[in-house]
Design a protein around this ligand. Structure first.
Ligand SMILES: *[C@@H]1O[C@H](CO)[C@@H](O)[C@H](O)[C@H]1NC(C)=O
Length: 315
């Protein structure tokens, strides 16, 4: 049986290339490599054949992926919808896709620093940050650490900080004892359970597809388990919820991992700069499951953002 992912990957990558992105591998520092999809027109070569990056020529959008997939598998449906009007950047976090480090750090802040350094090399100065799940948690860190870089945020299926009490509530709902039980499945049944929890309505797939996904997508197991362990913080350590950016929470009504109730609480904590919008009949991985409803709302937020930006220039 051919490997489904081996067949699917060039199809997805081909579509994304047609939409105008190209993959780049950049050395962030010795021992740390970033794989990131960037707008083709921002990549040039100098006389020595080295890559030289030019700033984006459209408003930049940064898409930060979930724990279960790499950057492009999480976001290809948004890339296809956005590249006409936006310069889209899709990195793989460390230990996902093609990004790797020999550092022993595992925190979300470490991933945030990694992404910000990559964007600096790519000469991106301002982004709207779009985060899903783990990508949202790293995104909230980025927003705090780099307020000039992160102009506004669109967040789904995520939390500002994964505290012990939020984790306990999710564990109870999901019947697990730690995040890796759900997010690092070792068997076909485990992976089926993850998809069942992550989607409102996941289509039937033959077992060999699940086996293929387990084999190809769940690499760097030791490091990813460490990422999950580093993510959960004591309730008292949770950082403050004051952000200078506008934050648009875009929620799936049927997210069983981080519920709409949790999003409502977050909106209250975030205060006047947060909005909350929800999408029906959708689960945790809402950009994949209900891509057209999600994209419509995302574009709306982005359009409003660029209008404000133009107004800023005028006055
Ligand atoms: C909302 O954003 C403004 C402007 O960046 C900031 O001054 C204010 O403190 C923010 N409010 C909250 C509740 O975070």
């Amino acid at each position: 049986m051919g490997n489904t992912i081996v067949v699917l990957t060039p199809v997805v990558h081909g579509l994304v290339k047609l939409a105008g992105l190209t993959p780049q591998t950049m050395e962030i520092e010795p021992g740390t490599l970033m794989n990131i999809w960037v707008p083709k027109e921002t990549v040039t070569k100098n006389d020595d054949g080295d890559f030289v990056y030019v700033p984006p020529n459209k408003p930049a959008v940064l898409l930060l992926h979930s724990f279960g997939l790499d950057g492009i598998f999480t976001w290809f449906l948004q890339v296809l919808a956005l590249t006409k009007d936006y310069s889209v950047y899709v990195p793989d976090f460390l230990f996902f896709g093609g990004s790797i480090t020999d550092s022993t750090e595992r925190s979300a802040s470490f991933q945030a620093r990694f992404v910000a350094k990559g964007l600096e090399k790519l000469r991106v100065e301002k982004v709207t940050l779009v985060g899903l799940s783990y990508g949202g948690m790293v995104g909230f860190k980025m927003a705090k650490m780099y307020p000039k870089l992160v102009k506004s945020m669109v967040m789904s299926a995520t939390v500002i900080e994964l505290t012990e009490s939020i984790s306990r509530d999710s564990y109870k709902r999901l019947g697990i004892t730690k995040w890796s039980d759900l997010l690092m499945p070792e068997t076909v049944d485990g992976l089926k359970y993850l998809f069942c929890a992550a989607f409102y309505n996941f289509p039937w797939l033959p077992d060999f597809v699940y086996r293929d996904i387990l084999e190809t997508m769940y690499t760097n197991r030791k490091q990813r388990n460490e990422l999950l362990e580093a993510l959960v913080v004591p309730d008292n350590d949770a950082s403050d919820t004051h952000f200078s950016q506008m934050i648009h929470l875009l929620w799936a009504e049927d997210d069983v991992i981080f519920t709409l109730d949790l999003a409502t609480t977050m909106k209250k904590q975030l205060g006047e700069n947060a909005t909350l919008d929800s999408i029906k009949d959708a689960g945790h991985l809402v950009p994949l499951e209900k891509s057209s409803a999600y994209n419509k709302r995302l574009k709306c937020v982005l359009e409003r953002g660029t209008k404000y930006q133009r107004a800023d220039h005028k006055y």
